[in-house]
Write a protein that binds this ligand. Sequence first.
Ligand code: HEM
Ligand SMILES: *[C@@H]1O[C@H](CO)[C@@H](O)[C@H](O)[C@H]1NC(C)=O
Ligand SMILES: *[C@@H]1O[C@H](CO)[C@@H](O)[C@H](O)[C@H]1NC(C)=O
Length: 336
Amino acid sequence: MANSVAFLVALVCALSCAPVSFGGRVPAPPVAYLYPQFYEQSCPKALDIVKSVVAEAVAREPRMAASLLRLHFHDCFVKGCDASLLLDSSGTITSEKRAVPNRDSARGFEVIDEIKYALEKECPSTVSCADILALAARDSTALAGGPSWEVPLGRRDSTGASLSGANNNIPAPNNTFQTILTKFKLKGLDVVDMVALSGSHTIGNARCAVIRQRLYNQTGNGLPDVTLDPHYANQLRAGCPRSGGDQNLFVLDPVSQFTFDNSYFKNLLAYKGLLSSDEILFTNGGESAGLVKKFAASNEAFFEQFAKSMVNMGNILPLTGSQGEIRKRCRKINSY
Ligand code: HEM
Ligand SMILES: *[C@@H]1O[C@H](CO)[C@@H](O)[C@H](O)[C@H]1NC(C)=O
Ligand SMILES: *[C@@H]1O[C@H](CO)[C@@H](O)[C@H](O)[C@H]1NC(C)=O
């Protein structure tokens, strides 16, 4: 029943697509409420402003494209794409930034602040922090040489955060294939999304702390991961000792670390995936390995699927209508 109502709403909205509020009674069918023209009247320059601040930030530091792309993912997998990730601890809020997947690792928050500041000057209390994250992820991908796509907009910002959600829902680099797939499925994403979106690791860095287990003790018996190329493994061990050096950085795609392309998938075929969670996409076999081969063979196929999967990810449980709020500052809820 609730489903058929939601379906009807989705259908109507697919045809006319104006923002609608349901007083929070009907669970949001994610896709329906968001549409690319959301700010066309209320803040026509919004998309250009986001793009230009992202471009400046990436020009200052090329890695920032990767860091901004990752923020959208870590936001969407926790309570939906609602900018919960951006909240600092204060009052009743315990920041998600303290969670294991984010601590010493999630970055780019100052760039989001910079974008928000510019948008508040242009059109106060209009553009949500959640939409900023979605746009910045798209612009970062395109700037790094990847695909571009129209970003459905109209998300609103949460008034809370979930530390436990951040710890439990974001996949870990030492999770099994099944665990990671389950975490994607819980968000309404499938194995195709999982493989395509993992292609984000064509840019950016990872710390020694997240590969050590793989280098020295994957089995729990003091043995390294046999699915890692032995020469590559030796290079990695040189920069990531058994203890110490936790923050030492490694490029996720040694072939072209700042370029968004399909070399990540080619690396997996050569057993040169940096994270265990990367390599298992290939070694697990089946549909997943088939997709790795397909994307390794065709940049075009990868780009096309990546754009679709980013829209899918961006549609995870958005707050819409009168839910949540438009934060004035992304780090704080408005009532503080
Ligand atoms: C499939 C499950 C995934 C796992 C297990 C995973 C895990 C990780 C880990 C462990 C790091 C390094 C963090 C650190 O050094 O502490 C990382 C970096 C990164 N991840 Fe993922 N990730 C996954 C999927 C994704 C998705 C879906 C996206 C984006 C759509 C993404 C984008 C990135 C980017 C761009 C970086 C580099 C960030 C930077 O250099 O600042 N990852 N990921
Ligand atoms: C995965 O890594 C985390 C964090 O380092 C650790 O606590 C956990 O025991 C590891 N899990 C497995 C299955 O090895
Ligand atoms: C390997 O991991 C297991 C299980 O996490 C742990 O009990 C053991 O002490 C580790 N061994 C080495 C050599 O690091």
